[in-house]
Ligand binder design. Structure first.
Ligand SMILES: [Zn+2]
Length: 98
């Protein structure tokens, strides 16, 4: 999913010139649920939120978080995204908040 070539292709297609606008982990954490929701809704999350995508590509911690969210939401099936996210956030405290 985070294949380097795919990433480059997506970024290239977008012609994104805002490369200096890097996302931090905190900002990524704020956005990642929307990113996951878009992904699950069948939208192109990578194109809709390239900065989040980019951060997930470069940051292993947030990528783990993203993977966990995605797995949990897929497993949850019919449960609403926000509900599942609430539960996850209670269960899982990110390392930088410990
Ligand atoms: Zn991060």
């Amino acid at each position: 999913m985070f294949d380097r070539d795919v990433f480059k292709a997506v970024m290239g297609e977008l012609g994104d010139t805002r490369e200096e606008e890097k996302l931090g982990c905190d900002e990524c954490f704020e956005e990642v649920d929307r990113f996951v929701a878009a992904q699950l809704a069948g939208l192109s999350a990578a194109q809709a939120m390239p900065l989040v995508w980019e951060h997930l590509y470069i940051c292993g911690e947030c990528r783990d978080e993203f993977g966990a969210l995605l797995d949990a939401l897929r497993a949850a099936g019919g449960t609403s995204v926000s509900e599942t996210l609430e539960k996850l956030r209670r269960d899982v405290t990110p390392p930088y908040e410990r």
